[in-house]
Design a protein around this ligand. Structure first.
Ligand SMILES: Nc1ncnc2c1ncn2[C@@H]1O[C@H](COP(=O)(O)OP(=O)(O)OP(=O)(O)O)[C@@H](O)[C@H]1O
Ligand SMILES: [Mg+2]
Length: 318
């Protein structure tokens, strides 16, 4: 995919295994896009929001807030999304309170499988389609979704298909069909896979690719390989290092630890290279590699640094 093409999408979903850096990639990408003059909404949909930590701002709740110029954030919780949806449909607050805040009704709603996913996806769909009343244009150029970890995340994206297979006709099927149309529309939507140069995350990324692409027909964008340790030495330096090792090892035992550290780093890099090669061969997606950031605190500076790395590799102006 050529990079500005990703900026022309309306919905960019960031997905992957738990803890690989989905929120990090979503934050850095949203920041890059906002710096390109796009009006960006970054939506977290999995509970614990990370954006306030990453951007060093007050906690983000269900109300959309601007956290950087052109960059807005919202934390989508099922209960709030359901409330909004119900209020839109029922239009009467008192009726909503009577029905949805009823403990017994809540109990049944919570037990309804997939309902939470559905209302959250519904809210995302609403924002993708949202029109700014003043300008008559879409309110958001780009909605970036920080998806729940894989497993749960696939279920979240799978849900429209499951519902459509089960019910035909009626307003629910109608809404869900529109969500499905949005998810599978290559002009509007692109899903990014985040992974690490390690065995399990790569395996999971391959699984995710299969489900998203082959089964759900959701268009894929990039693979983001996070926490890459760039090689310590180039070929020439590696030869010098070996020579030095031979010459000094026996004579300067105090250097032994230093050589061991270098050796460890070289071995680690070789392993990462193998996983990167597998990603190149099997995922067959344009790739962005993000370095491991050695900062005591992983916050705004780290996100800005990664946004720049991303912009460089994607050909964005940073
Ligand atoms: N490139 C990096 N360099 C160093 N540390 C990183 C990097 N990317 C992520 N981290 C660390 O890993 C933590 C987890 O990242 P992040 O929250 O983005 O993962 P996630 O995939 O969203 O996790 P979850 O599945 O829990 O939502 C970050 O808070 C940060 O401390
Ligand atoms: Mg996350």
């Amino acid at each position: 995919m050529n990079p500005p093409a990703l900026l022309k999408k309306r919905l960019v979903i960031v997905a992957g295994k738990g803890g690989v850096g989905k929120s990090t990639v979503a934050a850095a990408f949203a920041l890059s896009a906002s710096r390109q003059g796009k009006r960006v909404l970054v939506a977290e949909v999995h509970g614990a929001e990370r954006m306030s930590h990453f951007f060093e701002v007050a906690p983000i709740g269900p109300n959309i807030r601007e956290i950087r110029p052109n960059l807005f954030a919202v934390n989508v919780q099922p209960r709030d999304a359901m409330r909004e949806y119900a209020l839109m449909v029922l239009r009467l607050k008192a009726l909503y309170n009577l029905v949805f805040e009823n403990r017994l009704v809540r109990y049944f709603l919570d037990a309804f499988p997939g309902l939470n996913e559905l209302v959250m996806l519904g809210k995302i769909w609403y924002h993708v389609e949202e029109i700014d009343k003043k300008t008559g244009r879409p309110r958001w150029d780009l909605v970036v979704v920080d998806a729940p970890a894989t497993g749960h995340g696939v279920f979240f994206l799978e849900f429209p298909k499951v519902v459509l297979a089960a019910i035909q006709g009626g307003p629910l099927a109608f809404h869900v069909a529109m969500m499905q149309e949005m998810l599978t529309d290559p002009r509007r939507t692109s899903l990014q896979i985040v992974t690490l140069p390690e065995e399990m995350p790569v395996r999971e990324a391959l699984d995710l690719r299969r489900v998203v692409h082959d089964e759900l027909k959701i268009p894929l964008g990039y693979v983001f390989v996070n926490c890459v340790n760039p090689p310590l030495f180039n070929q020439r330096e590696l030869e010098d290092y070996r020579l030095l090792l031979e010459l000094t090892d026996a004579r300067l035992p105090r250097l032994k630890r230093l050589f061991e550290a270098a050796q460890w780093r070289i071995s680690r890099w070789r392993i990462e290279e193998e996983h990167l090669a597998l990603i190149r061969r099997s995922l067959n997606l344009p790739r962005v590699e993000l370095p491991f950031v050695y900062e005591r605190e992983f916050r705004a500076r780290a996100i800005e640094f990664l946004a720049q790395k991303m912009a460089d590799q994607m050909g964005l102006a940073g």
